[in-house]
Design a protein around this ligand. Structure first.
Ligand SMILES: [Zn+2]
Ligand SMILES: [Zn+2]
Length: 421
């Protein structure tokens, strides 16, 4: 855990750093940033590469406990570092769900044992994610959760959601909502629009996301809670977040790479790898998401990595489960499809995720944990799902040619992933 990362372009927008320098790491901690010869230490040559504070994917489903045939904490963690992520937040909809401290403890200890990426568990809002009574939020906080969410499901009960916003404030944790009015979206399998009509599939209207978000903004104002919108996907939702932020509401939002790269046209051949929730939206929604990424309305890019066993995704479109894998393609898709300054990209993948989840000691400064993501902007590569480290194969991006890649991931001063051309 001693290392010198030499000659990289070090970019940390939280401290306005953008310069070529060396990073000295001892015992897993950054000791200095500057120039110098440290002849006794192993060297990682980062010449020509970007060295960023560790990337943090705040929306990941690791499937353990309960659905280990789709993913485990070990395989999900391995896919994370291969995608450039030093840390992930694990959503609670496991079997059983993470709604009590014994599950939280299990996830944390299993991650320490088997995952090369750091894992921050998200606790459930409600017991068994049934939306009826609050889960053991205080006890889970003591055990180490970083936020609460019933993701996988929305919280339909407004009174329960109000209490969650109030209660989470005691711990300064975000309440993360999967925005969907499940009455409006009931039975839907894709976005409601011309494609759903043409294909004869039941649609989920943009209004299902927007009505829930509108309610939640009202409750966030009422409680002065800390609210985070998972996987925002519609123009109307983006406009609501922009307007709420302008009024000083404590709201943040994340967008997934699939929502800013694909439209509902991808469903046309009934490809179940184009089935996710929220669904792929219209071209106009995609344009609004890209604008929102550029202007700061969207705070973070998160994959909503949702592995499913191949047998399930081979079912017909109506019956297949929602969700795709995303950890290994997220950074490449952002670098290829978005024209963002490096500073903004690192805010979206590292600085803002850390702020949303309130993780301490993040960034490139003396005394911080040596968690680094190293990027080659010129690297041309093709994503091959059969080479994926995830236990599942449900990606719509197989065969995509991408430009720009995380070529090394360092966690606690240890090189846990390296892919040098
Ligand atoms: Zn969700
Ligand atoms: Zn999710």
């Amino acid at each position: 855990m001693n290392l010198v990362v030499k000659n990289g372009r070090i970019v940390d927008p939280s401290q306005s750093i953008d310069r070529v320098a060396d990073i000295l790491i001892r015992d897993g901690v950054i000791r200095s940033i500057g120039d110098g010869t440290f002849s006794d230490l192993p060297v990682f040559d980062a010449g020509g590469l970007i060295v960023a504070p560790g990337f943090f994917d705040i929306h990941v489903h690791l499937r353990e406990p309960g659905t280990e045939e789709a993913e485990t904490i070990a395989t999900g963690g391995s896919a994370a570092v291969a995608g450039g992520f030093t840390a992930v937040a694990a959503m609670p909809n496991t079997i059983p769900p993470n709604d009590n401290p014994s599950i939280t403890h299990y996830i944390i200890s299993e991650a320490r044992r088997s995952s090369p990426a750091r894992v921050f568990p998200v606790g459930a809002i409600s017991k068994e994610q049934r939306g009826e009574t609050l889960a053991e939020i205080g006890e889970m906080f003591e055990a180490g959760i970083a936020g609460i969410s019933d993701d996988g499901k929305p919280v339909m009960n407004a009174q329960l959601f109000r209490r969650a916003l109030e209660y989470a404030q005691m711990f300064d944790m975000p309440v993360i909502q999967h925005c969907e009015d499940s009455n409006l979206s009931k039975g839907g399998v894709m976005h409601e629009g011309i494609y759903s009509t043409r294909l004869g599939l039941k649609g989920m209207p943009a209004a299902a996301e927007e009505t829930m978000l509108s309610r939640d903004i009202t409750l966030t104002q009422l409680t002065r809670g800390k609210y985070h919108v998972a996987h925002i996907s519609t123009r109307g939702a983006v406009e609501m977040v922009r307007e709420a932020k302008a009024r000083g509401v404590r709201i943040s939002a994340e967008v997934t790479p699939h929502h800013f790269t694909l439209t509902d046209a991808a469903v046309a051949d009934y490809d179940t790898n184009a089935k996710m929730n929220p669904p792929l939206r219209s071209a106009d929604d995609v344009a609004a998401l890209v604008e929102a990424i550029e202007d700061g309305t969207v705070d973070a890019i998160a994959s909503d990595h949702a592995p499913h066993h191949i047998n399930l995704k081979m079912l017909e479109f109506d019956r297949a489960p929602f969700g795709i894998t995303g950890l290994e393609t997220s950074v490449g898709l952002a670098l290829t499809k978005l024209q963002l300054p490096m500073k903004r990209l690192i805010e979206l993948f590292s600085i803002n995720p850390q702020k949303i989840m309130k993780v301490k000691g993040w960034g490139l400064f003396e005394g911080s944990a040596a968690d680094l993501t190293i990027i080659d902007l010129k690297r041309n590569w093709t994503f091959d799902v059969h080479q994926s480290r995830s236990r599942s194969r449900n990606s719509p991006f197989h065969g995509w040619q991408l430009k720009g890649k995380a070529v090394a991931t360092i966690v606690g001063g240890r090189v846990v992933y390296e892919d040098r051309a």
